[in-house]
Design a binder for this molecule. Structure first.
Ligand code: PEP
Ligand code: MN
Length: 252
């Protein structure tokens, strides 16, 4: 079990992390934060430093985005999760509650060691071509620096299928359960890339025993600067969260 402020995850505790792919403005992050909190999300996500496939795409609001995310934390009381892309940015992450290591950096060993030294909870996403063994070894790099607060995140792996952005490996949940005591969460947003598929994969993940979910939510998905097609509206998220909590209760 990992404790982040008043939020517990793992060891029988279930939590949902929700928020936009990227922080885009004060208005946007605050509006999304308030709505997902009202629907039961325990933590707020929002990317400030983005690692995009194309250098011509929006790269995030960077330090300014972090400030806006922290403002939303202050206003709502929700712990925040955001991705780090360079160890040099660590001083900016002082007030961030959970540091995310993205799929593209899962095997950035120096970055893993650097976040390990902070002692802060780390959300480690599985690389899209990484085995579970490799994911666990990356978690070991963080833990070998004395930081045991690692949350593993299955976010889909690359297969021959192109209809979905990635292929959600649901079996990773029970498999990791056999291999480790670390909390395991699922990100159905990046796993599918399609808002229409997020609900069913989120519920399947809960049914398979996930300790939590990370879901992208935007107040206006059509205008999102990043990952709009997979973003849920606050209303859609409210519906998915309610169902996820229901399934969780059935399993208890
Ligand atoms: C994200 O969560 O914003 C993200 C970029 O995800 P991933 O690293 O899984 O692609
Ligand atoms: Mn995204």
């Amino acid at each position: 079990m990992i404790t982040i402020g008043n939020v517990k995850i793992g060891g029988g505790h279930f939590a949902i992390i929700a928020g936009p792919c990227s922080v885009e403005s004060e208005e946007q992050i605050l509006e999304v934060a308030k709505s997902v909190k009202a629907s039961g999300a325990a933590m707020l996500r929002g990317g400030a430093f983005k690692l995009r496939t194309s250098p011509y795409d929006f790269q995030g609001m960077k330090a300014e985005g972090l400030e806006l995310l922290l403002k939303a934390k202050e206003k709502t009381g929700m712990p925040v999760v955001t991705e780090i892309i360079s160890a040099g940015h660590l001083p900016l992450f002082e007030d961030v509650d959970v540091i995310q290591i993205g799929a593209r950096n899962m095997q950035n060993i120096e970055l893993l060691k650097a976040v390990g030294k902070t002692g802060k909870p780390v959300l480690l996403k599985r690389g899209f071509a990484s085995t579970l063994e490799e994911l666990l070894m990356s978690a070991e790099y963080i833990m070998s620096e004395g930081n045991k607060n690692v949350i593993l995140c299955e976010r889909g792996i690359r297969t021959f299928e192109t209809y979905t952005r990635n292929t959600l490996d649901l079996s990773a949940i029970p498999a990791l359960r056999e291999l480790t005591d670390l909390p395991v969460i699922v990100d159905p947003s990046h796993a599918t890339g399609k808002a229409s598929l997020v609900e069913s994969m989120a519920l399947a993940a809960v049914a398979a025993g996930a300790d939590g979910l990370m879901i992208e939510v935007h107040n206006n998905p059509a205008e999102a600067l990043c990952d709009g097609p997979q973003a849920l509206t606050p209303e859609q998220f409210a519906h998915v969260a309610a169902k996820a909590f229901q399934i969780r209760r059935v399993l208890e």
